[in-house]
Write a protein that binds this ligand. Sequence first.
Ligand code: SF4
Length: 339
Amino acid sequence: MLLRNDNELVLDNSTVSSFRDCRRRALYRYVKDWVTDGPEPASLAFGRGWHNGLDAMYKLFYNTRTESNKLGRVEWNKVKDSDAFIEIMLDTAYKAFLEEWTDAGYPETPSFEDLETDPKRTPIRAKNMFLQYYLDMMHIMDGWELIESEAPFIVPLDDVDTRYWYGGRTDKIIASDEGLWLVEHKTSSLYSKSSGFQPAFVDSFSPNSQVEGYMFALHWLKAQGEIESDLPIAGVIVDAALVHKTQFYFKRIPIYYDERLVQQWHNEVMKYVKEFDHAMATGEWLRNTDSCQGKYGRCQFVDVCRMYPDHNELLANDAPPQGFTERAWTPYVEYANAD
Ligand code: SF4
């Protein structure tokens, strides 16, 4: 959550989703910025490393294509399949992965105990995933133009009222024969022997508040000329990668742009941001105890809620509770600073 100029409230998908599930959790995580002290979960560090690696890989791919094409299309066709180029792509992606991974406190070479705890999330596994991803994707990527990579955004939620804004970060915006796509990279360990990913994972992207919100943002950015393209908006491609200790699997899940989806998302998000604003003004952040045990495990604030059923007592300390530290969540912060 960000308060810009003291009177502009910027919320992102994670904050709104959290608020929808449990207002108290949104207060602790996104207003107070509290997270459990200690190493970040390996799943988050691995996911960030994967994004960073793909960012480096995509930039290198399209920059090299531009340069090679100056010598002719035949030259580029030779380059993109060559072992030497694949090796450079792999090294570049791996280096970018390691920046995030080691920054989060994880070693490049895992210990025996690390491997026993999580054998599927290791740097060498990530490297092999980058190789398989490139082999799987190079011809598809070659049919695309890269418009943006890892671009933060903040867009208004109202044409007149300047109080409410929606922020986020698009992984890629690409142009294809079908139009403009927003590509969102996702990693998941929800493996199915028969279909690669479990159906629950694949189905979770439609309907989906992030996908619909990003369609809204893409529409606004294009209408404002912030994305220079005459192409129509095609939608969002979820670019999913399986994280597994032996299997490789990648799947692109297209969600086509639909004005009705975006309109419905907008109606709902306006309601939630106004309720969020009201909670900030009144200090009323209700618990939802049905959300304490979620599909990704238990809420990190369970012990806090047990010890402090009334959050006012805790907030009076003006410091994170024991075992927590402050870490702000602002995926769009560079955009805010550039304004
Ligand atoms: S423990 Fe339960 S009530 Fe407390 S913040 Fe988490 S989800 Fe909400």
